[in-house]
Design a protein around this ligand. Structure first.
Ligand code: GTP
Ligand code: MG
Length: 194
């Protein structure tokens, strides 16, 4: 797959219809501020394909990117403390409507902050993925913030946590220095080959 051939398509809220499901989709999910947009940019060798926010909770829509022959789908971040109940409900509706639309999802990349244990929201998301049998891998983000000496142990810890939910692989990544990008790309490509 040519990651250098990418473009932003559109943002979708509840009222807008999603684009036709005419190519495989790679979905990115995770807490607000975990680094979804940054990871998408790094995978695509772009600085501003996906908007990186200093203020969390900014991406309250599903953002679609076309990356060569696939779609990258950036889900709105969850777990941001300062949202109202109405906004939370809207998030639920948006996510459910996306997964219930029976689209060509070949893999979901669940982002988890490598420095912290999964939050209650993360665990809820893992349960959701497991329950709906959505194939997924975990990308541990901000790996550049870990000490070299703790990397292997951290990864192992997350593997143990994620495996019961059907996780197909754990990759330690960094959008800062490119750690894990080749490994993650290989998993994306494997999921797209029938
Ligand atoms: P929302 O769209 O609000 O849900 O956030 P997001 O998950 O898209 O996170 P985003 O990519 O906007 O990054 C949030 C913050 O984390 C930014 O300040 C990024 O610069 C920082 N960040 C993201 N990835 C990394 C990383 O690998 N290493 C470091 N050190 N910082 C990162
Ligand atoms: Mg974002």
């Amino acid at each position: 797959m040519n990651y250098n051939n990418s473009e932003f398509l559109a943002s979708y809220g509840l009222s807008r219809q999603l684009p036709d499901s005419d190519r495989p989709e790679i979905v990115f999910s995770g807490r607000s501020n975990v680094g979804k947009s940054s990871l998408i940019n790094k995978l695509c060798n772009r600085k501003k394909l996906a908007r990186v926010s200093a203020t969390p909770g900014k991406t309250a829509t599903i953002n679609f990117y076309r990356v060569d022959t696939a779609y990258f789908v950036d889900l709105p971040g969850y777990g941001y403390a300062k949202v109202s109940n109405a906004e939370r409900e809207r998030w639920d509706d948006l996510i459910n409507s996306y997964f219930e639309a029976d689209r060509a999802v070949c893999l979901l990349v669940q982002l988890l902050d490598s420095r912290h244990a999964p939050s209650a929201d993360d665990v809820q998301m893992l349960e959701y993925l497991h329950y709906h049998r959505i194939p997924f891998v975990a990308a541990l983000t901000k790996g550049d913030k870990l000490k070299k000496s703790e990397m292997a142990a951290r990864k192992e810890e997350f593997e143990k946590i994620c495996a019961p939910y059907g996780c197909q692989g754990v990759v330690l990544t960094s959008a800062e220095n490119g750690l894990g990008m080749d490994e993650l790309r290989a998993l994306l490509e494997a999921s797209m080959t029938p």
